[in-house]
Design a protein around this ligand. Structure first.
Ligand code: ARG
Length: 461
C-alpha cells in the first residue's frame, strides 16, 4: 500500500503509477534527502516533538540506508513514487514505529524543496571549480602570448591589432562573471524551506532556525507558501548556466574559425580533434562544435522550466516535479563541456606567425595612421578622411600603408615624415595601446595578475 493509501480504496492504475513517479531521476538526491531528514529528526527531538530514542533510531536507520545506497545494495521502486517516500518506506521497514514518526511536521513539499537546494548548492561548487580550471588554462596560454600580435576583429573584419593574450583574457573576464554569478545565485538559494510544511507551516513547536543552521543555510525562508512554491533558484541557475554556455559557445566558435585553413591561428591537439570516415586529410574540431551545439540544449532547459512555472498558482503543484530533469541535464551538460573545453585550450598549439601574417593585411594600422596625423596637428576627423583616401589609393595599387614611399604619402598630406614608418609598425600599434584594458604588454600583465588573483581567491576563499 502507498504511504498515502489510507484515503483510497483502489490501487493506482499502473500507467498512473509510472507517470506519477519521479524516482528515476530524483534518486540522485538521496544524500540530500537523508541529510535533510537527519536535521529534521534532530530538531523534532530537541523540540520535544519526538523522543530522543526515536531520534537515535531514525538517524542510525538513515545512515544505514545511506551506506546501503552507496554500496549499491538498495533498489528503489516506482511504487514509492519518489526519493522521499522510498527512503521513508525503507526506514519504516527497518526500524518500525520510529520511522513512522519522521514525517511529523513535514511534507514532501518542503522536503523536496530543501533537497533540491542542498543538491544544487553542491553542484554549483563543482561547476565553479571547473570554470576556475578553464580560467587557469586561459591564463597559461595568455602568459605565453603577450607579444603575439593578431588582428582584432569587428564584424569579423580585421580592425585593429591586439595580442593573442588580450583576446584570451577577454574570455577570462566572461568566465569571472560566470563564477560570481553562480556564487550570487548560491547565496540567494541558501535559505531553508524545511518547516514550511505542505504550505501553511505547522502547529508543532518546531525550530526552523535549528534545521536551517544544521543544514548550513543562512536562515529559514520567511514565508511558508513561498518556501514550497519557489523555484526561482532553479530558474536562476539555469539562466546562469545558459550564460556560461553562451560564453563557451562563442569561444568554441572562435576555436573552430581559428583552426580552419582560412585562419590557421591554432592547431588543436590530436587528442582533442577527430577525423573523418572518408576524407583522410581531415582533422575536425568536434569538441568545440559539440560545446556550441550543447548550448542550445541548456537554453532549451531554461525556456522549458520558465514555461513550466509560468502558470502555477500558489503553492505546490505537481507540475513542479518537472523542475528536476532540466536542471539535472543542464548541470550534466555543463559538467561534461567544461573539462573537455579546458583540455582543448590547454593543449592547443598557437601559430603566432600565421596570426602575424593575418595582422599584416587588412590595414589594421589605419587608425594609427590617422592618429599619427592627428598628433601632428590635423583634427582627427580630417586625418580620418585623409587616411581613408590613402587606403583607397593603396587598394588600387595593391600596396600596404607602410609600403608607400614618403613621396606618395606626402602627396596626400605634407604632415607625413620619416617617423611614420615606425608609427605604422604593428608592434608599435599594439605596444603603444597602453590605455587601461588595452593590448600593450603592461596592460595584459595587469590583467593576467588580476585573473591569477581571482582564481586563487575563488579556490581558497
Ligand atoms: N516528487 C515530488 C516533486 O518532485 C515531491 C513532492 C510531492 N508532493 C506532493 N504533494 N505530491 O515535486
Amino acid at each position: 500500500m502507498k504511504l498515502w493509501g489510507g484515503r483510497f480504496r483502489k490501487e493506482t492504475d499502473t500507467l498512473v503509477n509510472d507517470f506519477n513517479s519521479s524516482i528515476q531521476f530524483d534518486c540522485r538526491m538521496y544524500r540530500e534527502d537523508i541529510e535533510g531528514s537527519i536535521a529534521h529528526a534532530t530538531m523534532l527531538a530537541d523540540c520535544g516533538i519526538i523522543s530522543m530514542e526515536d531520534k537515535e533510531q531514525i538517524i542510525q536507520g538513515l545512515k544505514d540506508i545511506l551506506a546501503g545506497i552507496e554500496a549499491g545494495k538498495i533498489e528503489f521502486t516506482a511504487d514509492n513514487e519518489d526519493i522521499h517516500m522510498n527512503v521513508e518506506s525503507l526506514l519504516t521497514e527497518r526500524i518500525g514505529a520510529a520511522g513512522k514518526r519522521l514525517h511529523t511536521a513535514r511534507s514532501r513539499n518542503d522536503q523536496v524543496a530543501v533537497d533540491l537546494r542542498l543538491f544544487l548548492r553542491r553542484e554549483i561548487d563543482e561547476i565553479v571549480r571547473q570554470i576556475l580550471d578553464l580560467q587557469q588554462a586561459v591564463l597559461d596560454q595568455a602568459r605565453q602570448h603577450q607579444e603575439t600580435v593578431m588582428p582584432g576583429y569587428t564584424h569579423l573584419q580585421r580592425a585593429q591589432p591586439v595580442s593573442f593574450a588580450q583576446h584570451l583574457l577577454a574570455y577570462g573576464e566572461q568566465l569571472k562573471r560566470d563564477v560570481t554569478r553562480l556564487l550570487d545565485c548560491k547565496a540567494r538559494m541558501n535559505v531553508c524551506p524545511l518547516g514550511s510544511g505542505a504550505l501553511a507551516g505547522t502547529t508543532y513547536p518546531i525550530d526552523r532556525w535549528q534545521t536551517a543552521k544544521l543544514l548550513g543555510f543562512d536562515a529559514p525562508c520567511s514565508n511558508s507558501l513561498d518556501g514550497v512554491s519557489d523555484r526561482d533558484y532553479a530558474v536562476e541557475l539555469l539562466s546562469n548556466l545558459s550564460i556560461l554556455m553562451m560564453h563557451l559557445s562563442r569561444f568554441a566558435e572562435e576555436v573552430i574559425l581559428w583552426c580552419s585553413w582560412e585562419f590557421k591561428f591554432i592547431e588543436l591537439d590530436d587528442a582533442y580533434s577527430t577525423g573523418s570516415s572518408i576524407m583522410p586529410q581531415k582533422k575536425n574540431p568536434d569538441v568545440a562544435e559539440l560545446v556550441r551545439g550543447k548550448t542550445g540544449r541548456v537554453y532549451g532547459h531554461l525556456m522549458g522550466l520558465l514555461t513550466t512555472m509560468k502558470g502555477i498558482p500558489l503553492a505546490y503543484n505537481k507540475d513542479m516535479q518537472e523542475d528536476k530533469e532540466p536542471v539535472f541535464d543542464a548541470i550534466d551538460t555543463v559538467k561534461m563541456c567544461l573539462p573537455v573545453f579546458s583540455g582543448m585550450i590547454a593543449t592547443m598549439r598557437v601559430l603566432p606567425q600565421n596570426m602575424r601574417r593575418a595582422a599584416g593585411g587588412g590595414f589594421i594600422n589605419a587608425t594609427d595612421c590617422a592618429d599619427y596625423l592627428t598628433k601632428k596637428g590635423l583634427p582627427f576627423r580630417d586625418a580620418y578622411t585623409t587616411v581613408g583616401n590613402l587606403v583607397y589609393y593603396c587598394t588600387e595599387k595593391e600596396k600596404l600603408l607602410e609600403a608607400l614611399t614618403l613621396e606618395e604619402l606626402r602627396s596626400i598630406s605634407p604632415l607625413f615624415e620619416e617617423d611614420v614608418y615606425e608609427a605604422l609598425s604593428l608592434e608599435t600599434c599594439m605596444g603603444q595601446r597602453k590605455s587601461y584594458g588595452g593590448p600593450a604588454e603592461e596592460e595584459t600583465t595587469r590583467q593576467i595578475n588580476e585573473l591569477k588573483f581571482f582564481i586563487e581567491e575563488a579556490r581558497h576563499g
